[in-house]
Write a protein that binds this ligand. Structure first.
Ligand code: HEC
Length: 490
């Protein structure tokens, strides 16, 4: 168990048991249900009828939803392992595939629920019943077959997740950060709110409340007058709120996408807003009216990052489908795909000149391509970290590339050679939110445990923080005041 994970876990425990309520939509054959309660391993019968493997998948999903989904959903992603669909379940997590079809004895998921491999799953919870483990093993040994086409939709876990408010105050993660264009203000997106902080003192200037879920991306308009906050309710819809930053007033709320939004970006002239969502789509919006202008739909998996080229002509999108796509903004046409990465892309950044783009993600590499109108050429790739790369930024002078990684570090590299220039190690949790000030002097890092620091570029020492970005402000729905002080981590 990595220690920097611990604070993150408490955040999700409150979702834990409550997520699964009565009203199960799934039904499964009585025979398998009986096996589940009687403890007869499914493998004893699974081979006899071909349909049994499919049927036992439903039972397995039911168990996973009840016992694991709180921490392994597309939002929680503990260990990088998402159980939201058969595809992600089979894909596995930070250590690769967790399920080896036909070989339950070597499957990491089984070893972890049995406690042979630590930490035992469910993490900090009651171990699974022997009958439940037997069903999972039986399904794996029978080939770990997925749902039939017709069943796939019905097995999406989100159908069964009611909108449950947290029962006690928790410190919100710092889900996103962005410096204003003048560098004086820092916007921090958290659970159901955005805070505007004085970037020098950390003083809260404004609290912009009312987002639906975690604000995963914030972006200032080029003139600094507006702030776009992207998020939404995962597996339901995406949301963008546009705020007037001067008076702290909500101007409009745009809902679209079928899943939450991971990234928003203003075009350089401020006339367009782009969003990338877990629903695989990229959208272009009119931030002045809220109109949904265009949907760009060629990615085959979640889109985690969008960015406009500095001249505003291109939009780039980075996706879990191991690619970066370059789109023509005027026509909405995909110009080309940069398909070199071997795993999902979590973050992208254009060079200030607009001639190159950098991307990184789960394969721990930084990729840099030269861009032309008709195609891109890979000019650099380097294994840059010991774990997934979470965020990337290109310094305004073009000379440096900064990445944050799930290994708990922030690294600064020469943009030409990718040679290391500096490292800010020992982050207390994942730095899932990062922003460089427009003058290139300051680096803001927001962490999953809710803390925030501002570092000086050059010396890489901490100029501000760590401070709790959302201290003293419980998420809406707090009905258990006794837990507040503990939950805030003091
Ligand atoms: C309360 C949160 C929580 C619950 C519930 C939970 N997990 Fe986990 N899981 C974690 C954390 C945290 C990690 C990362 C552990 C580490 O790397 O130290 C993890 C990692 C894993 C991994 C390894 C991922 C990888 O490749 O590193 C597997 C497999 C796994 N969990 C399976 C399960 C199963 C199966 C269940 C349900 C029976 C479950 N988990 C329930 C928190 C949870």
């Amino acid at each position: 168990m990595k220690t920097w994970f611990r604070p993150a876990i408490s955040l999700f425990v409150f979702i834990g048991i409550t997520v699964w309520t009565a009203g199960l939509i799934l039904s499964f054959p009585a025979r398998l249900a009986a096996q589940l309660s009687s403890g007869v391993p499914a493998s004893q019968t699974a081979g006899s009828a071909p349909a049994a493997a499919d049927a036992s998948y439903k039972v397995v999903v039911t168990i996973l939803q009840q016992k694991c989904f709180a921490c392994h959903s597309s939002t929680a992603k503990m260990g990088g392992f998402v159980m939201a669909s058969y595809q992600t379940l089979m894909k596995g997590g930070a250590h690769g595939p967790e399920i080896l079809p036909g070989n339950s004895a070597k499957s990491r998921l089984v070893l972890m629920v049995e406690g042979t491999t630590q930490p035992r799953m469910p993490f900090n919870g009651n171990p699974l019943a022997p009958a439940e483990i037997a069903v999972i093993k039986g399904w794996i040994d029978a080939g770990a077959k997925g749902p039939s086409a017709g069943e796939a939709a019905a097995l999406q876990p989100h159908l069964n997740i009611p909108d449950i408010k947290p029962r006690f105050a928790e410190v919100s993660p710092a889900g996103s950060v962005a410096f204003s264009r003048d560098g004086k203000t820092l916007a921090v997106g958290g659970y159901q709110q955005v805070r505007l902080l004085d970037a020098r003192t950390g003083k809260v200037l404004k609290s912009l409340n009312g987002a639906a879920g975690l604000v995963r991306s914030v972006a200032f308009s080029p003139d600094g007058k507006w702030l776009a906050a992207g998020g939404g309710l995962c597996q339901q819809w995406g949301e963008i709120q546009v705020w007037d930053t001067q008076v702290g007033k909500l101007l409009r709320t745009m809902r679209g996408h079928k899943d939450c939004i991971y990234s928003v970006a203003f075009s350089p002239n401020g006339k367009l807003l782009a969003s990338g969502s877990y629903d695989k789509m990229v959208k272009l919006w009119d931030p002045a009216t809220g109109k949904d202008l265009r949907t760009l739909s060629d990615h085959i998996d979640a889109v985690f990052a969008v960015a406009f080229s500095p001249d505003g002509k291109w939009l780039a999108s980075g996706s879990q489908d191991n690619s970066v796509k370059i789109w023509d903004v005027a026509t909405g046409k995909r110009l080309y795909t940069l398909g070199d990465p071997v795993d999902g892309i979590t973050c992208i950044a254009f060079s200030p000149s607009g001639k190159q783009i950098a991307a990184a993600g789960y394969d721990k590499l930084i990729y840099i391509w030269n861009l032309a109108q008709t195609g891109g050429t890979l000019v650099q790739s380097l294994i840059a970290d010991e774990d997934s790369i979470l965020q990337i930024a290109w310094s305004p002078d073009g000379k440096e590339i900064v990445t944050s990684s799930a290994d708990g570090s922030i690294r600064i590299r020469d943009a030409l050679t990718l040679d290391p220039i500096g490292i800010i190690p020992h982050q207390s949790d994942w730095v899932d939110a990062m922003s460089l000030s427009p003058n290139g002097k300051w680096l803001a890092a927001g962490r999953f445990d809710g803390t925030l620091s501002i570092y000086r570029m050059g010396s890489f020492d901490q100029a501000l923080g760590p401070l709790l970005a959302f201290q003293g402000n419980a998420p809406a729905g707090n009905t258990e005041p006794g837990r507040t002080a503990r939950a805030l981590g003091h």
